[in-house]
Design a protein around this ligand. Structure first.
Ligand code: SF4
Length: 234
C-alpha cells in the first residue's frame, strides 16, 4: 500500500468549533506539558497582588518586583496598613503604579475587614475587591484554590482565540463565555496557561509564526497550506 498526496485543501472549516477546540487542547497539553502559572507567590494574597500587578505588564517584570514587595509587606494586614507612597515606589516599574498600589491597598483592607484576612474563594466576592475583574478572579480561584470558575482571558488568550476562530468577539467577557462553551470545565485554566505559552513562543502579536505552528491545520487564519495525505488502495 503506498501513500500519496491526492489533494491540497483547507480542512480547517470542515471541523466544528468544538472539535477544533478539543483537538487544540490535546495538542497544547502535548506541546507544553509542564506549563504553569508564571507568577511567583507563596500565598493567595500574594497571588492576588501579583496578578493585579501583571495588568499591562509582563510576568517576568512582576517577578522582579514582588520579592522586595513581599519581603516588606508579606500579607493582607501589612499591605492594608502600608504607607501608600512606599507601596507605589515598590511597584512603580510595573506601570500604572499609582492605580495598582491604590487597588492593592483597598483590596487588602477589604480582605482584612470583611473576609477575616483571607482571600475569598467565591467569584462574586472576589469581584467586589477594588481592581479585581474576572481575569484576576479566575487566576486566583484556579491557582490558589483549585477552582475552575471560568476561563482566564488575558491579551494572549484574547488574540489566539480570535485567530484560531473559536470566537467572533474581541471583548474578553464574551470570549470567556464562548470558550466556556467549547472546553471541559476541568481544562479551563490549563487551556489559558498553555495558550499563553503558545502566544509567547509562536503566535506572537505582531508576527505569528504559522510556518512552524503545530496548530496550523486547525487554524482558519493560518497562512500555511494544509496537505491532505490519503492512503492509496492496494
Ligand atoms: S497558525 Fe498562525 S495564526 Fe494560527 S495559531 Fe498558529 S501562529 Fe497563530
Amino acid at each position: 500500500m503506498g501513500t500519496k498526496i491526492v489533494s491540497v485543501s483547507i480542512t480547517r472549516k470542515s471541523r466544528s468549533k468544538k472539535q477544533r477546540a478539543l483537538e487544540i487542547l490535546v495538542r497544547l497539553k502535548h506541546l507544553y506539558p509542564d506549563a504553569t502559572c508564571s507568577l511567583n507567590y507563596s500565598t493567595p494574597v500574594q497571588l492576588l497582588v501579583a496578578t493585579i500587578l501583571s495588568a499591562q505588564c509582563t510576568d517576568e517584570r512582576v517577578n522582579k518586583v514582588t520579592p522586595g514587595l513581599f519581603s516588606r509587606f508579606p500579607d493582607a494586614a501589612s499591605l492594608a496598613n502600608a504607607d501608600l507612597v512606599e507601596l507605589e515606589n515598590l511597584v512603580r516599574s510595573t506601570g500604572f503604579y499609582r492605580n495598582k498600589a491604590k487597588n492593592i491597598q483597598a483590596s487588602c483592607r477589604m480582605i482584612v475587614s470583611e473576609f477575616d484576612s483571607v482571600v475569598p474563594n467565591k467569584m462574586e466576592q472576589l469581584l467586589r475587591l477594588p481592581g479585581v475583574a474576572r481575569k484576576t478572579a479566575n487566576v486566583v480561584l484556579a491557582h490558589a484554590y483549585g477552582i475552575n470558575a471560568g476561563v482566564t482571558v488575558d491579551t494572549h488568550v484574547n488574540r489566539l482565540s480570535q485567530r484560531l476562530g473559536l470566537t467572533e468577539h474581541s471583548d474578553s467577557i464574551r470570549i470567556e463565555k464562548d470558550l466556556m462553551g467549547l472546553l471541559p470545565q476541568a481544562d479551563w485554566e490549563n487551556w489559558s496557561i498553555r495558550l499563553i505559552y503558545h502566544g509567547r513562543a509562536v503566535c506572537k502579536a505582531r508576527s505569528p509564526a504559522c510556518e512552524i505552528c503545530q496548530l496550523a491545520d486547525l487554524c482558519p487564519t493560518s497562512n500555511k497550506p494544509v496537505l491532505i495525505v490519503r492512503q492509496q488502495e492496494p
